[in-house]
Design a protein around this ligand. Sequence first.
Ligand code: F6P
Length: 362
Amino acid sequence: PKRIGVLTAGGDCPGLNAVIRGVVKSAGTHGYEVVGFLKGYEGLVDPVSYIPLTNKNTTGILGQGGTILGSTNKGRFAATVGVNDRLELDPELIAGVKTTMEHLNISGLICIGGDGSLAVAQQFHEQGIPVVGVPKTIDNDLSSTAFTFGFFSAVFCATDALDRLHTTAASHERVMVLEVMGRHAGWIALYAGVAGGGDVILIPEIPWTFETVCQAVITREQRGKKFTLIVVAEGAELPSGALVTQERRGEQKQVRLGGIGNIVGAEIEKRLGKETRTVVLGHLQRGGAPTTFDRVLATQYGAHAVRLIIERKFGQMVTYWPPDMGTVSLLDAIKLSAVNPACSAVQAARALGICFGDDNKA
Ligand code: F6P
């Protein structure tokens, strides 16, 4: 039988199962069987581990979080950067993958992953292994597609957190700081900040100062709003020279308290004498059911990836530029994207009076 392989690599993300289901159903329509490799790329090599994926064992997974195939971002395929910053995989691993693919009669492998995992897929392609990629990350930090699946589910979670923080912040007239994920990019903070009515949004792409953030809190107070919601991206940089000084074993030291959110909260409380609480949202953003949009997007990605395999368009990643699906070479796919400070979402947020911690008011 003609077969397609599929695997989920790197950190998990809402919508992985929806892609898997999309692959299985559309492959079936085209007369292909599907094999799912377990624990990311690890399942491809000794000890090879996989399960046949059928309509029966993928029933009911559309709205399930996580991945039924398991994943890993460690293991033997974890990025080893070699000469000229290029990922270099052990030739024995490559040979092992080729043997598995031949043995199982797999005509194409669908790798669902973020930039690190897609860099492995690109290596496979260079070594003659037929692969296509599907962009997965809650961070939305891949430049070649408008949206990665999982992003809006993470934004939904962060927005829900802000809604909840809103009521308690108002009741106690506090400053509430919410630290969200996003790695080096501020996408989740920006979108959740706008959707959840944040007053201040701090992202890596826009330099900010504590003075401006504190001024935003004061200005709100003067207008009768005795509470403030601050969303801070985990990758947001501290303003230079603004590290928090803390006493450690009798000495004053400049320290990181284990996350930018806590630093921001502590510093605001110190400067304004206003009760401040910090919440680090963490992996809640990665777990649980995908939103409706992510279910649709993930399904489209899965179906489109199968089409690429059937058309033998290997070395490509599926993309989404609304309303169309498209493709990009894996080589270009792994380029990262940051929030453009001049983008319409930032402009709109500024127009609403949301503060980015800089002096730009409009
Ligand atoms: O890339 C997804 C992501 O959730 C980032 O937002 C976060 O920085 C990182 O992964 C956390 O990784 P881990 O689950 O390995 O702690």
